[in-house]
Ligand binder design. Structure first.
Ligand SMILES: Cc1cc2nc3c(=O)[nH]c(=O)nc-3n(C[C@H](O)[C@H](O)[C@H](O)COP(=O)(O)OP(=O)(O)OC[C@H]3O[C@@H](n4cnc5c(N)ncnc54)[C@H](O)[C@@H]3O)c2cc1C
Length: 406
């Protein structure tokens, strides 16, 4: 029987989707998550799930109809403006309000809704909360490639046949296959939130509309996006050294003064609308430094270890693909494990070892290609957006795509 003891580290989109796909196909696993419960940490903003990748994984997981009820297709709306405020492209989605008339190519969903939907889709006993993994060590018992998990609470969970690192950027599983660590990608973003927009920020609500509004320019960008629950999130991003947020002299603990300083130093010549976006997104402020793994990172297959999502191929958000690649990884690994199980329904234990290695190898072969393609696209996005003609080029591409589908 092919019944490997599987540990998934991390209950983010990748780990949860993998667990759901396995359970949906009668394969057991355990997720170990460092948060103490589902509400412990703010899950952040909105994600767009693409029809042939993220949405496909949810379809196979039997969650597509639920997803459709939670998603915001009108969130695909896109406006692109130049630094002086000139509108270069506007998809006009704001005027359409019937979901059935929309494309559903890449609707938005709030992270918290996606995560809760996935959490509700797995058995409660599948997830162990408050389990911060510190390190993994090969098991001392037996000769098979098995692993013991050492947690911050002192507990050691023993003898896993497969350990899946779905633990994001700073994965504790990645060191089992490579010494490479993420590096700073050159851009720091100031994340800003406006809450209860229709009541407190009607101008901003109208300006951003139902989707996103992006400005790209040399070494700077402003990206604002409608999120669920009547909120808007903006990123004011600057190309600056890694220590910029600490060394620049802006006191981020004083949000009003910090916003003013940010505008004066980096966005003073921008159109009044763009400056007002930074002023109005006044309820929360967080610093987010962009990190990435090298484009095309690969490693030798290690029996009993697999990485999915950001743990395998952390990218900056400037390609808008990270979670879609993460969900596709989950789907790809699940399919390989399930087809091994089906092929080996009556196999001996030696076959089991070989089959597990083959499943991981097959998964890695396609994941490396997928990761490289998407990381290249994202790196081009990062480079292209932060150029003097970044908004014009982005608007041109959107216009061409819109003309092609017309
Ligand atoms: C600002 C921003 C905007 C983005 N926008 C988009 C977008 O629009 N579209 C898109 O496709 N992608 C976007 N992304 C990328 C997307 O968020 C990630 O690719 C996606 O979240 C990866 O999912 P994951 O499950 O691999 O990792 P994560 O979401 O990072 O989840 C990892 C999980 O592992 C847990 N964990 C970590 N360490 C441990 C440990 N030691 N022990 C136990 N548990 C642990 C964490 O608590 C977490 O629950 C964006 C990213 C950022 C930062």
């Amino acid at each position: 029987m092919f019944e490997p003891k599987i540990a998934i580290i991390g209950a983010g989109p990748a780990g949860l989707t993998l667990a759901r796909l396995l359970e949906h196909n009668n394969m057991a696993c355990t997720i170990f998550e460092l948060d103490s419960d589902r509400n412990k940490r703010d899950q952040g903003g909105s994600l767009d799930l693409h029809v042939h990748t993220g949405q496909l994984a949810l379809r196979e997981a039997g969650l597509y109809e639920k997803f459709k009820r939670l998603a915001r297709p009108e969130g695909e709306g896109m406006k692109v403006v130049k630094f002086d405020g000139t509108v270069l492209f506007d998809s006009g989605h704001n005027q359409i309000h019937n979901p059935e008339e929309m494309s559903w190519e890449k609707p938005e969903i709030d992270r918290v809704l996606l995560r809760n939907m996935l959490l509700d889709s797995v058995k409660p006993e599948t997830i162990q909360w408050s389990k911060k993994l510190l390190r993994v060590e090969p098991s001392s018992s037996g000769t098979k490639p098995r692993f013991d998990l050492h947690f911050a609470d002192g507990v050691v969970e023993k003898d896993f046949d497969l350990v899946v690192g779905a633990d994001g950027a700073w994965s504790r599983i990645r060191p089992l296959v490579t010494n490479v660590q993420p590096h700073y990608a050159g851009v720091t973003s100031v994340e800003l939130w406006a809450l209860d927009c229709d009541k407190h920020h009607p101008w901003l609500s109208e300006y951003v509309g139902s989707g996103s509004c992006f400005m790209f320019d040399e070494d700077r960008a402003i990206q604002c996006q409608r999120n669920g629950n009547n909120t808007i999130r903006a990123y004011a991003s600057v190309r600056q050294p890694e220590n910029w947020s600490k060394d620049c002299g802006i006191d981020w603990s004083q949000p009003v003064a910090a916003r003013k300083e940010l505008i004066e130093r980096y966005f003073a010549d921008c159109g009044e609308d763009l400056k007002r976006v930074i002023e109005e997104t006044s309820e929360e402020l967080r610093i987010r430094q962009g990190y990435m793994l090298p484009v095309g990172l690969e490693w030798q297959c290690r029996p009993g270890v697999a990485l999915i999502g950001d743990a395998a191929h952390l990218m900056t958000p400037f390609g808008g693909v990270g979670v879609n690649v993460a969900l596709t990884d989950a789907l790809d690994l699940a399919r390989n494990l399930i087809s091994c199980r089906d092929a080996l329904a009556t196999a001996s234990s030696n076959d089991f070892e070989d089959a597990l290695i083959e499943a991981i190898q097959k998964y890695e072969t396609s994941m490396f290609v997928r990761a490289r393609q998407n990381a290249e696209k994202t790196a081009r996005g990062l480079h292209g957006h932060f150029q003097a003609n970044g908004a014009e080029e982005f608007a041109k591409r959107l216009q061409q795509a819109s003309d092609n589908t017309a």
